[in-house]
Design a protein around this ligand. Structure first.
Ligand SMILES: Nc1ncnc2c1ncn2[C@@H]1O[C@H](COP(=O)(O)OP(=O)(O)OP(=O)(O)O)[C@@H](O)[C@H]1O
Length: 681
């Protein structure tokens, strides 16, 4: 070895050793921080003055202890920034960037949180715009052990970009278990979205595997870091398409130290009534149509009447009277205020009592007591008036009435729904009472809409909506009600829309979500699907009738194997066996109706399988129905009989596009019937 190389190697070894020492020091410091938090947690109830404070403090400390958990398999830091001498704020300093702040005993930073302002340069600095950074270092780890690093001397114009060895290794690593965070390798175009202001609502259109889900989760973590108190009070909500997806992403935020984010499907959000029936597709489509919002608004509004007689109230030896004119005015004014219906009802009550109070004060020259006010607000003449001009409503009751009373529906839907549509809306079995009615999933959305007209739900400070292309206008409104005073991150891909009401234009979805001016931003680099597989799946795009920008895949490895098989079940078993010879997960994706047969055949062949919602399962093979695979990924994907997947539903080609884009390394397509047209080409 020439002397200079030897010197380089020695320096490298010394550098690596120094970095390992820094990692050990940081781990020890984190352990101390956690021990201190635990000790405080243990004594918290003794120092807190009262039970409430003790509980608050206890919760805070418990969270802090959880946040400080150290997972030995994930590195505490993954990068380092060395600032140049000329930088005005950080001249000559270096910082390690990691998952959370770690400080030494004197409070000096050993590791900076990736979300801190200084860390931004780790993701954004480039040779063209070094942002004061002389050297950016990325670390390579293997099972928690620091094994290598990679330097970019930005001050010398060196930049690796997506050619980084460490980025490539991260993207190509075999996938096992649930989704992981990407903090070490967030790309500049993703980082811009992650660090967008809390006030900004954004919509991300990205092809499969461009990191939309990753961006949404990291944005949630970033916003929580920056606006901790505010968002802790109002809350952050992640909306995903189904349980399997939610369990797949569930551990990303806790790994980033964020343990208090709510995750739900839209069905969870609107679960005021149990869903016990299924609509036929035409009725479901009608119920998800945005015109229903106006029908329901009118139906609620129709309950507000006009007073027809004055109010007389006997109060001991006094009699109070409110004439018809003031009552008219009072109801009309309240109506004009456009309050939620139930709030309006209470406002009318309070105003009537206010008028009674004024009369009582004038006659008795003293203010009536609270007990008197309470009695008046419940006295029969007052409640009779309310029941006549502003009766109490329940969401289920109102919807039940529209289903059973053709005249009530006719009045509310006049000029909005045709006679046939009204009939369709009223079709299906309806019980005699609202309580006994077996509601459908679409009914639940309508019940929620009515509930929102009666009373505003508490909103979240930020809502991340994934796979948003599948939301119906009415579902968008359910989310809008929960983010009225907050912002949203909408993530999706119009090409992957499989619901009958799937979006074809983000502007429309954004309008229904109450954020018409949100920017629509494309993500264009694919991190999951190998180029050959993307090219194959892209043959479907022209048939999907959507206008989406194409993505460029970062992966040029990977394999695609499309072949016919006489016995599909046997071919699937053989393919899975072969796939198990490689590292990583295996996903068998088939039309929903054939999943059980395939599972049984694999079991018979001695291959253990898991279901999609069991991400912690030991089995490496998952058999997934095509309708549940959205958002998921597997190293090796076996797609069984594409024609059956397409034939199973009206937007079957979109479904197939989703199915074909789940593969991280290898895709095998097995078919007996001819491939669907656009693929055969
Ligand atoms: N910057 C990155 N560095 C490393 N891996 C990344 C990066 N961005 C995305 N990935 C990985 O690429 C894969 C796809 O990401 P993700 O699931 O977020 O994509 P998506 O756009 O939501 O896909 P889909 O449209 O299929 O739902 C994941 O394994 C994710 O961890």
């Amino acid at each position: 070895m020439p002397a200079t190389d030897l010197e380089d190697a020695t320096t490298l070894d010394a550098d690596l050793a120094a970095e390992r020492t820094h990692l050990d020091t940081s781990r020890a410091a984190l352990r101390r921080m956690r021990e201190r938090a635990e000790a405080l947690f243990a004594t918290g109830d003794k120092v807190a003055g009262d039970a409430y404070t003790a509980e608050q403090l206890g919760r805070h400390m418990a969270r802090r202890v959880k946040e400080l958990a150290d997972d030995p398999t994930t590195p505490l830091f993954f990068g380092r920034l060395d600032f140049g001498e000329a930088d005005p704020d950080h001249a000559g300093r270096d910082y390690h960037v990691g998952r959370r702040h770690v400080t030494d005993e004197r409070g000096e930073p050993l590791v900076l949180d990736w979300r801190a302002p200084v860390s931004r340069s780790f993701y954004r600095a480039s040779a063209r715009d070094p942002q004061g950074v002389a050297v950016r270092r990325r670390f390579g780890f293997s099972a928690g052990v620091l094994t290598s690093f990679e330097d970019e001397h930005l001050d010398r114009g060196e930049e690796l970009g997506t050619a980084s060895r460490i980025l490539t290794a991260e993207i190509e690593r075999p996938r096992v278990g649930p989704m992981r965070d990407i903090v070490a390798t967030i790309q500049p175009e993703q980082d811009e979205l992650v660090r967008a202001d809390l006030a900004d609502s954004i919509c991300v259109q990205g092809a499969p595997g461009t990191g939309k889900t990753a961006v949404g989760l990291h944005r949630a973590a970033y916003l929580l870091y920056l606006h901790r108190e505010r968002l802790r009070r109002s809350g952050v909500l992640i909306v995903g398409p189904n349980r399997a997806f939610l369990s797949y992403i569930a551990s990303v935020l806790p790994a980033l130290g964020e343990v208090e984010v709510e995750q739900a499907t839209v069905e969870d959000l609107v679960a005021r009534v149990p869903v016990r029936a299924v609509d036929d597709p035409a009725a479901a489509t009608l119920k998800h149509d945005v015109r229903m919002a106006e029908v329901l608004r009118r139906a609620v509004d129709a309950h507000i009447g006009t007073p027809t007689e004055p109010i007389m109230v006997s109060d001991g030896s006094f009699r109070w009277r409110i004439g018809i004119d003031p009552l008219h005015r009072l109801v009309a004014e309240t109506r004009q205020e456009g309050l939620p219906y139930a709030v309006g009802r209470e406002r009318v009550r309070a105003r009537v009592v206010g008028l009674l109070q004024r009369q009582a004060e004038a006659r008795r020259a003293e203010s009536p007591s609270d007990a008197w006010l309470r009695r008046m607000s419940r006295i029969k003449p007052v409640t009779d008036l309310l029941d006549a001009v502003w009766p109490a409503l329940t969401p289920e009751g109102l919807l039940h009435r529209l289903r059973t009373d053709a005249d009530a529906l006719g009045a509310a839907a006049d000029g909005l729904l045709t006679a046939e549509e009204q009939e369709l809306f009223r079709s299906g079995k309806v019980a005699r009472t609202a309580k006994a009615t077996r509601w459908t999933a679409a009914d639940a959305v309508l019940v929620d809409e009515v509930a929102g007209l009666l009373e505003r739900p508490a909103g979240f400070g930020h809502v991340v909506v994934d796979e948003a292309q599948d939301l119906s206008p009415m579902q968008c409104r359910a989310i809008a009600r929960r983010s009225e005073h907050g912002s949203i991150t909408l993530l999706g891909d119009l090409a992957q829309g499989t619901a009958p009401w799937a979006a074809t234009d983000w502007r429309e979805s954004l309008a229904h979500l109450g954020k018409p001016d949100a920017a629509v931003v494309p993500l264009s680099v694919g991190f999951r699907v190998p180029a050959a597989v993307v090219a194959f799946a892209n043959r479907l795009l022209p048939a999907l009738a959507v206008d989406v920008p194409p993505a460029r895949s970062l992966r040029h490895d990977g394999a695609l194997d499309v072949r016919t098989a006489e016995d599909l079940t046997a071919a699937t078993v053989a393919e899975v066996r072969a796939a198990l010879a490689h590292d990583g997960s295996v996903g068998v994706i088939a039309a929903d109706s054939t999943v059980d047969t395939l599972r049984a055949a694999l079991a018979e062949a001695g291959v253990e399988t898991a279901t999609a919602d069991d991400v912690e399962a030991a089995a490496r093979v998952t058999v997934v129905p095509a309708t549940l695979v959205k958002g998921l990924e597997y190293d090796h994907v076996v797609v069984v009989e594409p024609a059956a997947i397409v034939a199973a539903e009206p937007r079957g080609l979109h479904r197939l596009y989703v199915v074909l884009t789940r593969a991280v390394s290898r895709l095998a397509v097995l078919h007996r019937e001819p491939l669907p047209m656009p693929l055969a080409g």
